[in-house]
Design a protein around this ligand. Structure first.
Ligand SMILES: NC(=O)c1ccc[n+]([C@@H]2O[C@H](COP(=O)([O-])OP(=O)(O)OC[C@H]3O[C@@H](n4cnc5c(N)ncnc54)[C@H](O)[C@@H]3O)[C@@H](O)[C@H]2O)c1
Ligand SMILES: O=C(O)[C@H](O)COP(=O)(O)O
Length: 524
């Protein structure tokens, strides 16, 4: 049974896939209400109200996935989640239209003073001259951040006969042309726009993007909107330009600290606000809840997620295709880690044949996770493997080759340590499964699973028999035995598999024979 904690207000109807699943036990409680049970949850679903800190992640020892029913993941410590191997997903598409519509509504309200007029009439005033507004028609709208919401807003603005200028360092000129907007530098946009609205994520680059210095470049009388994230427009700087009358008005849905209490912007009549309502529609909430509910269920049942922040996103079809190879590389990594008993500096993977056309970065992550699992005492998976490898100074890289050595596919891994290198090559054979076909330059053929002994010895008569007899005398049954050598009379290898773990004492006794060079136990 999977334990799922829904910590924020998320549509019940949208959560139906989880509520109806027979293998899920769903709890709807705030994190603070289940302090004692935090270690039991497999999945955590939040909106923007819950902050997923490193401290919370430490308490949620069993957590595998954090789902954000919405777009912004700035309330989730992604790095700490990734370190712990916790997948973070979001629902990036479900609230786009609602937020674009809300921004448009805020813009129209702002230039026509609708909230102020409303308050005035309800105060039994009839002051028509105080609320003379401005048309949107033929005005220049500057959109900073032209992603999903920015581009939906542009369509609506164009329908109102506005000229749309955009600034987005990741937007190509051809896409801007296709969408009928004028792509500018930030400075040029600031200089030309009558109304400026921000639609970027909150990152270290966008925090305070509109500040005292940049806002000074705007037209006198400009209107500003922030329906993205508090802090993209520096609140103190905005307050300053409102105070001196340079900025004519602002519409703010999001704040640096929510709920805002002593925020200076709340003191201005020309600032209109909403309590982070961009995504608060029935439709958006149903969409985002459904999106994450399906994704969380898929993930818990071992399937790919459709929108991950810290994992490459794979379709079900692609995931199924790569699964045999991720299992294979996990095993190859585990064999390598146990055979190469020294610090490793570099891991290099070469893919050839059918596997080379697949999502190899994900397959390499599985390899790293198989390798690192045997070296460190924390949980490693595809989410955190590359980060942990980097932390430990292990470089890694991928190559594609066309040398399949006669197989449909092969994966060769070379590990460089301080004093030597070690290599392993595997293949996945349809209807037969994974095979290791070369280990440390010895051709061999074994199934990488279970309890193994990897023995290097001199190629001479009687060695195989002696090993068999010594194990037989200890009542140890050899399940399979594969041998390989490079040349007659030179060094040779044996790969033995067993039905149970072989004790240290047995290995020590086998090592006594002079023809045995090394023995390595491998547990897969
Ligand atoms: N108010 C709400 O309730 C609400 C609802 C949904 C989303 N949001 C917020 O709206 C914002 C936009 O969401 P979206 O779905 O359109 O995201 P998106 O990822 O589709 O678009 C963001 C755009 O910002 C651009 N960008 C990134 N860094 C930039 C920079 N330094 N300068 C200029 N542009 C930059 C990106 O290239 C991208 O095109 C996010 O902050 C999100 O959290 C708020
Ligand atoms: O990033 C988002 O999706 C919006 O800010 C919505 O936030 P909410 O889910 O807390 O309304």
């Amino acid at each position: 049974m999977y334990e799922v904690l829904v910590a924020d207000s998320i549509s019940n109807e949208g959560l139906a896939p989880l509520l109806e699943a027979s293998n899920v036990n769903l709890t709807r409680k705030k994190v603070t209400e289940v302090e004692d049970l935090l270690h039991t949850y497999d999945a955590l679903l939040v909106r923007s109200a819950t902050t997923v800190t490193e401290d919370l992640l430490d308490k949620m020892k069993n957590l595998k996935i954090v789902a954000r029913a919405g777009v912004g993941v700035d309330n989730i410590d992604i790095e700490a989640s990734t370190k712990r191997g916790v997948v973070v997903i979001n629902a990036p598409n479900g609230n786009t239209i609602s937020t674009a519509e809300h921004t448009f509504a805020m813009m129209a309200s702002l230039v026509r003073h609708i909230p102020q007029g409303n308050i005035s009439v309800k105060s039994r005033e009839w002051n028509r001259s105080a609320f003379v507004g401005t048309e949107l028609n033929r005005k220049h709208l500057g959109i900073v951040g032209f992603g999903r919401i920015g581009s939906e807003l542009a369509k609506r603005a164009k329908a109102f006969n506005m000229t749309v200028h955009v600034y987005d360092p990741f937007l190509t000129t051809s896409r801007a042309e296709k969408l009928g907007v004028d792509l500018l530098s930030l400075d040029d946009l600031l200089a030309v726009a009558d109304i400026i609205t921000v639609h970027t994520p909150l990152t270290k680059d966008t925090k305070g993007l509109l500040n005292r210095e940049t806002l000074a470049k705007t037209k006198k009388g400009v209107y500003l909107l922030n329906c993205a994230r508090g802090g993209i427009i520096d609140e103190e700087a905005l307050a300053h330009y409102l105070e001196i009358g340079h900025v004519q008005g602002a519409a703010i849905d999001v704040f640096e600290v929510e709920p805002p209490t002593d925020n200076p912007l709340l003191n201005f009549d020309q600032v209109i606000t909403t309590p982070h309502l961009g995504a608060s529609t029935k439709e958006a909430q149903l969409n985002v809840a459904e999106d994450v509910a399906y994704d969380v269920l898929r993930f818990l049942e071992g399937n790919p997620v459709s929108s991950s922040i810290n994992l490459p996103t794979l379709s079900k079809d692609v995931f199924e295709k790569i699964q045999p190879f991720t299992s294979l590389t996990k095993q190859l990594g585990a064999v390598l880690s146990q055979c190469m008993k020294e610090p490793v500096q570099d891991i290099s993977v070469t893919y050839a044949g059918t596997v080379a056309d697949l999502e190899t970065t994900y397959i390499t992550r599985s390899l790293l996770s198989g390798f690192l699992t045997h070296r460190i005492d924390r949980s490693v998976n595809e989410v955190n493997a590359s980060m942990i490898a980097k932390e430990r100074g292990i470089t890694f890289g991928e190559k594609i080759s066309d040398n399949t050595q006669g197989y449909a596919n092969i994966i060769e891994v070379v590990v460089k340590g301080e004093s030597r290198t070690f290599s392993i090559t595997g293949t996945y054979i349809k209807d037969y499964g994974p095979r290791v076909i070369n280990i440390d330059s010895f051709d061999i053929d074994f199934y990488p699973e279970g309890h193994l002994l990897y023995i290097r010895h001199t190629d001479q008569p009687g060695v195989i028999g002696n090993v068999g007899k010594a194990l037989g005398d200890l009542d140890i049954n050899i399940a399979t035995m594969q041998v390989g050598r490079k040349q007659k009379g030179g060094e040779a290898i044996m790969m033995l598999t067993f039905d149970r773990l072989i004790e240290d004492a047995t290995i020590e006794s086998l090592k006594q024979a002079s023809e045995i060079v090394t023995i390595q136990r491998i547990e897969l």
